[in-house]
Structures are given as C-alpha cells and as structure tokens.
Design a protein around this ligand. Structure first.
Ligand code: AMP
Length: 228
C-alpha cells in the first residue's frame, strides 16, 4: 500500500503527534478548506462521558488520569462514526489511531470499503514546550473553536470569534500532571505508529513549532496532493 487512491474513494488523512501539537486546530482548518470531516476520538469520548453512556462511564476516569481508553471502546466509537453518511466526503482522523491495534483495526475497516490511509501527517514538536502550550488552551463550548492564552486569543476577551458565544471552557485533563501522563502514553503507545505508516510509504513530516498559519500552509499542500 502506498496511499494512492482512486477519485471514487473518499480520502483518509491522519494527523499524528503528541497532545498539544495542534492536531485539533489544524483538523478544523482542513475541514473548512477541503470539505473533509474531522473525526476526533477525544471529542467523541468527551461526548460519551457527557451523555453518561456505558462507554462514557468506562472512559471517564481513564481520561482524567491521562491514560489511553481501551482499544475496544475507541474502535467501536470510531467505527460507528465512520459509517455516518457525511464521512463519504473524506475524513481527517485527529487522535486516532493511538496504538498499533487501532491502526490495524482501521486498515481492516477501510479495507471493507476499498479505502486506505492516504496520508499520515506527523506534527513534530518539542515535548517540553507542549506542556506550556496545553496549559494555555481553551475552547468555545458552543462551536468548538480552539483558542490559546498566548498564541490565539479571541479578538474580544472571552467571546468566540466564530460564533460570538461567551462560553469558553478548559478541558479537565489540560493540567500539568495529566499532560505528563498523556505525553508518556504518546511515546510508549502511539509513537510506534510513525514507523508503521512510514513502512507503508504514507508518512509525511511537518515542523509544528512554527506559526499556526505556516503549519496550515504546509499541511494544506500535503492534503492537496491527496485530494488531486
Ligand atoms: P485528545 O482530545 O485527543 O487529546 O484525547 C483526550 C483523551 O481521550 C486522551 O488522553 C485519552 O484518554 C482519550 N483518547 C482519545 N483518543 C483516544 C484513542 N484513539 N485511544 C485511546 N484513548 C483515546
């Protein structure tokens, strides 16, 4: 497999990188620019926790500790979401896969519909700086737009630039202690996916320590080559 696709099959992109690398921010921009659908397993799990579903109850404490939720739960949630009609436009996976078992399950799922992973974009960052970056981030509770105390402030304090709501929220797991556990989980369980996708010839690297707009351009160019 080399990531090539026929025009009939919806594109599948993965954004890979440690917590705080900017996967969510960039995925939202790709969604807007290319009409792809962002699939964030973190968002899907937070919704499951908020709804009080069985999966959400099982995931809550694990997420608060900064560990990875079990493969079975995450794969089932992703499989359901991937089957929704809007995913026929093509998807950007943000935060999935995070283990080799998830990557293999994804290959099997996509294989059922003749798809494959067309590009895995690795956002390369400096770990230590990630802790600072994560500690400053917050999100509009109404539309999901992401902000940062230093790098991306809303134009009017506490007010979303996109939808005007005044409902900024900070994630419970965005604290220094949990962030360290999340970084450990990334290095132990997710980083092996770099070699996994490199071996398939679909890994692309982007320096994600630069300005958000510069990173967006780099990722946009890589995405364009998959869309063509
Ligand atoms: P994120 O929003 O991607 O930073 O994810 C937040 C938390 O959700 C993670 O720290 C994990 O506890 C859990 N999570 C999200 N995606 C996955 C996944 N693919 N596999 C296991 N756990 C996940």
């Amino acid at each position: 497999m080399d990531g090539s696709r026929t025009p009939e099959t919806p594109p599948v992109l993965i954004l890979l990188g440690p917590p705080g690398a900017g996967k969510g921010t960039q995925a939202r921009m790709l969604e807007e620019q290319f009409g792809l659908v962002q699939l964030s397993t973190g968002d899907l799990l937070r919704a499951a926790v908020a709804s009080g579903s069985e999966a959400g109850k099982a995931a809550k404490a694990v997420m608060e500790a900064g560990d990875l939720v079990s493969d079975d739960i995450v794969i089932a949630i992703l499989r359901d979401r991937l089957a929704a009609p809007d995913c026929a436009k093509g998807v950007i996976l943000d935060g999935f896969p995070r283990t080799t078992a998830q990557a293999e399950a994804l290959d099997a799922m996509l294989g059922e519909t003749g798809q494959n992973v067309n590009s895995t974009i690795l956002l390369e960052v400096d770990d230590v700086k990630m802790v600072v970056r994560i500690a400053g981030r917050f999100t509009c509770g109404a539309c999901g737009e992401g902000y940062h105390d230093d790098f991306k402030k809303p134009k009017v304090a506490d007010t979303c630039d996109c939808c005007g709501a005044r409902q900024m929220t900070r994630r419970a797991d965005d604290n220094a202690k949990t962030v360290m556990s999340r970084l450990d989980a990334y290095h132990e369980q997710t980083a092996p996916l770099i070699a996994y996708y490199d071996a398939k010839g679909v890994l692309r690297r982007v320096d994600a320590m630069r300005e958000i707009a510069t990173i967006k351009d780099a990722i946009g160019a890589l995405t364009q080559s998959v869309m063509a």
